[in-house]
Design a protein around this ligand. Structure first.
Ligand code: F6P
Length: 548
């Protein structure tokens, strides 16, 4: 990329901000009665409304200039065509190949990966169907009633989020569970309700070395062996990894091992065999619909002009907020209870991808990168942290996600849910001026001194940015679209900031230090010399507490 051109585009945006800051977003609607149409984009029945943000056509023009200066289109092409976009690991990041239904080849180092992708896809579908139909049985001849995915991070969050989001598409006879935390309470609480003879474990780990997953897999293995005998283990485990040798050493039968490739990043892997638990939960046809939704978003991202391209717009508006206005956080609020795990999923996707301080070439980033992402479903979050969003000193842009109609839920409830979502967006946009507040309080009969005392507390600044993703209903295809749109949004921002979104060196140091500390925690007599005072003090304090 041409860093000077990017810097110039940022400078133009900074200068332009002064003009926009002098105006209120609500006034833009009065000036342009078609603002909603002009500032929204569609992917079939999915609508992205960004009209409530404080930006104009000129803002978009400057943002598109920035995208061109960062060579977004070129980098996007590299992503789709197997370029080594993950430069620190010298790998492609080809999650788009996993959901490619175009019939076109996708090459990595000159080799078309689609035959292998399609073969693995077929294997996943066949296994999922067999488990669901009871064609594969446990060691005692029982059909499985419970499938437990053991994995963490990208080997957990995506399938766990999607299985919950798509619960109306699951069958009550086959329940999916997700165990991730090394805290033994996680697996203990899950196993407490399960029958070993009817339980299938799927150990999901790209590396098959992740401490948490290996510890939980060992506990699950011991649980099966204790209940059904060592010989039963093979009938109650399947595994997903890129390291098939390590899987074999664990003792999983070869016909129950599912592979993927090092060009699939962990947090982009739910489209691969890492989605096996999801495929079993919702069935292979629905899983294919989910993949097709991802493919829809890929086509849109690759082909739609910038002005109508949802991930491009989402990404650039995020840059406008993060870099030009200095907003440090991004809230994601699904008005959809079954999307409860979506914010957690997105935290990994966004923060593990763009939580970087150096650019692709190792030089320090001259500007802020990924935002702090958080969220909870509405309406619950309204009664938790929305106070700060409305009146706090931090401005936090919000993405609302909401369906036009419920999936397997009450219509009346849904109308209330939908109205709540709109009400929050409207409140963020409009706010309530002190004059309005004073008029209202006067009409309520309050005295002048009461009005003086209360007015500042009841005033809302407004101009708190929000965007809304509206979809018809939360089905597999729609979820696939939403997930892939966010993946591409994160990619767009990484291009603007010129960082590598596909590595995660930041999580390595903690892992390394844990390996050093674990023996010191386990052995009460181990020497703590060389540790910092706090770490040593906490280990000693624990030793004292556990000794009595
Ligand atoms: O948290 C770090 C991380 O490496 C993630 O990127 C990854 O999704 C997760 O750990 C799990 O890794 P694995 O699938 O190899 O067990």
């Amino acid at each position: 990329m041409d860093r000077n051109a990017v810097a110039a585009a940022f400078a133009a945006l900074e200068a332009h901000r002064v003009e926009v800051a002098a105006r209120r977003a609500i006034d833009f609607f009065a000036e342009d009665t078609k603002r909603f149409e002009h500032f929204s984009a569609r992917l079939d029945d999915l609508l992205y409304d960004y009209s409530k943000n404080r930006l104009t056509r000129a803002t978009l023009g400057h943002l598109f200039d920035l995208a061109r200066a960062a060579r977004l289109e070129e980098r996007r092409e590299a992503l789709f065509t197997g370029g080594k976009v993950n430069n620190t690991e010298q790998r492609a990041a080809l999650h788009v190949a996993l959901r490619n239904f175009s019939g076109e080849a996708v090459r990595v180092d000159g080799e078309n990966v689609m035959p292998a992708v399609e073969a693995e896809r077929a294997k996943i579908a066949a296994f999922a169907a067999e488990v669901r139909q009871g064609a594969i049985l446990g060691a005692r001849g029982h059909a499985y009633t419970d499938v437990v995915n053991i994995g963490i991070g990208g080997s957990d969050l995506g399938p766990a989020m999607a299985a919950r989001a798509l619960s109306p598409f699951t069958s009550p006879e086959l329940r999916a569970h997700f165990v991730s935390n090394v805290d033994g309470a996680d697996i203990a609480d899950t196993l407490a309700a399960l029958d070993p003879a009817r339980t299938l474990f799927i150990v999901s780990s790209k590396t098959f070395t992740t401490q948490e997953t290996m510890a939980n897999a060992a506990t699950a293995r011991a649980w099966i062996a204790a209940a059904l005998g060592e010989a039963a283990v093979g009938d109650h485990f399947a595994a997903v990894s890129t390291h098939l040798d390590r899987v074999a050493a664990f003792g999983v039968r070869p016909d129950r091992v599912f592979g993927f490739w090092d060009w699939v990043g962990g947090r982009y892997s739910m489209w691969s065999a890492i989605g096996l638990s999801l495929a079993i939960a919702i069935g292979p046809d629905q899983f294919e619909d989910f993949l097709r939704g991802g493919h829809d978003a890929d086509q849109h991202f690759r082909n739609a002009p910038m002005s109508h391209n949802i991930p491009v717009l989402m990404g650039l508006i995020g840059v406008w907020h993060r870099n030009i206005w200095g907003f440090a956080a991004q809230a994601v609020i699904p008005y959809d209870q079954r999307m409860a795990r979506f914010p957690a999923y997105l935290q990994q996707l966004d923060m593990e991808s763009n939580g970087k301080s150096v650019m692709r070439d190792g030089a320090p980033s001259p500007r802020a990168t990924g935002p702090i992402v958080f969220g909870e479903p509405g309406t619950n979050s309204q009664h938790a942290f929305f106070q700060l969003l409305h009146q706090g000193t931090e401005v936090v842009p919000v993405d609302f996600l909401v369906a036009a109609e419920p999936t397997d839920a009450d219509e009346k409830h849904h109308e209330l849910l939908f109205a709540n979502c709109l009400a929050q967006g409207e409140a963020f946009l409009r706010g309530r001026s002190e004059r309005e507040v004073r008029d209202i309080l006067r009409a309520e009969g309050l005295s002048a001194s009461q009005i003086d005392a209360l007015a500042p507390h009841k005033t809302f600044s407004g101009d708190r940015p929000s965007s809304t993703l509206l979809y018809r209903r939360l089905d597999p295809r729609t979820l696939g679209r939403i997930v892939a749109l966010y993946e591409h949004k994160v990619f767009v921002q990484s291009v603007i900031w010129d960082i590598n979104p596909f590595d995660q060196w930041g999580v390595e140091l903690g892992k390394e230090l844990c390996n050093r500390l674990a023996p010191l925690v386990a052995d009460a007599r181990a020497d703590l010399a060389g540790l910092d005072g706090s770490t040593a003090g906490l280990i000693s304090a624990r030793r004292a507490l556990t000794a009595c």
